[in-house]
Design a protein around this ligand. Sequence first.
Ligand SMILES: NC(=O)C1=CN([C@@H]2O[C@H](COP(=O)(O)OP(=O)(O)OC[C@H]3O[C@@H](n4cnc5c(N)ncnc54)[C@H](OP(=O)(O)O)[C@@H]3O)[C@@H](O)[C@H]2O)C=CC1
Ligand SMILES: N[C@@H](CC=O)C(=O)O
Length: 357
Amino acid sequence: MKKIHIVIFGIGNVGSTLIDQINKAKSRLRREQSIDVHIPIVANSRLVFFEDNSMTNTWECDFSRFSNPYQMDEIIQYINEKKYDHVIAVDATASSDFVQHYNALIQNGFHIVSANKIANTLALDFYDALRQNLKDNNKKFLYETNVGAGLPIIETVRNVYNSGDTISKIRGVFSGSLSYMFNKFSSEDVPFSEVLSKAEALGLTEPDAREDLSGNDVARKLLILARELNLKVEFQQIHIESLVPKQLNGKTSLNQFKSRIKELDQPFGERKLSLQKDQVLRYIGELNVADETLEVKLVSEEKESALGQLKGSDSLFEIFTEAYGDQPLVIQGAGAGKEVTARGLLSDIIKLSNQLH
Ligand SMILES: NC(=O)C1=CN([C@@H]2O[C@H](COP(=O)(O)OP(=O)(O)OC[C@H]3O[C@@H](n4cnc5c(N)ncnc54)[C@H](OP(=O)(O)O)[C@@H]3O)[C@@H](O)[C@H]2O)C=CC1
Ligand SMILES: N[C@@H](CC=O)C(=O)O
């Protein structure tokens, strides 16, 4: 039996769902894969719970009764003292501060599984140094959920690339939350602000929904895929059409933005009115490999087209390669949501565990 110790950072939509999924999968993982998953530490942005402190019935109860403010050093020290063989830090935050701890975690024996896209989209210096650090310390970093949530996008792109096929373009609807919003907005008579609130309540958006609407989240996914193809591109090179109206862009706090979301209704209403019958709005990402251009934009699509017929929070990725010719390799399915994202993290945890000896 291989014992895997998981430290979970971030217990919002995705992190808390992951803990529930692990608890449910535990006995099957022991029985079928000889993997014993154990969660000794759970943390949010301010508080940490160490299992030694107490154990009641549920982790939520333990966390709310026995958690304390923390510094990262305490967590690293706790793990070091336990002398565990295999430790995985799961990043279920959206924090740019948290990723600054990755290198220290790796140097202290942690592997990393992440839903957070930030580490892979900082400057190339950081990106390359992180990979060197992983190599030097013989540690692994898995992040399939960075693109398409639970969909197998990164692995597929990597497999196609490693097989020697030439990828010329990747195009599609990269955002599950915006897919949901535009599906609902295009087909129902509701103001955009209402659709946005619903998407937030369903846990489909980023913790700060401006990251979705500004195009930053789609741009990050494009950049992550471009870097998987060994393109040396930076975030600043991406052409992004932001959907956040100028008066709300950059100058508002998150709370101010939330109190003013009705200001989105008019510009989106006008955009909808400009659509022809049988057209829908789609927010797409496009990576052209040959000229290294990355673009994020809002387009009108025919309802019957591949992008136009998407339902719910579906994402769709078209991967154009030499071997596949004119008809791209297509991956479609829910591209956001806590259940599918947590499943993607759990799948990375199991994949990683199977590589450890
Ligand atoms: N929702 C989805 O469909 C998908 C999400 N993802 C990614 O998953 C990640 C989590 O998303 P989601 O669960 O929806 O977000 P939530 O806002 O629901 O949860 C974020 C959690 O991270 C914690 N946190 C923030 N900063 C830190 C920190 N420095 N150290 C430890 N914990 C911290 C927050 O704590 P506190 O409450 O104290 O602020 C909170 O518990 C994001 O990176 C997102 O991009 C990826 C694919 C799909
Ligand atoms: N906000 C993201 C969630 C996953 O990354 C999306 O809409 O796809």
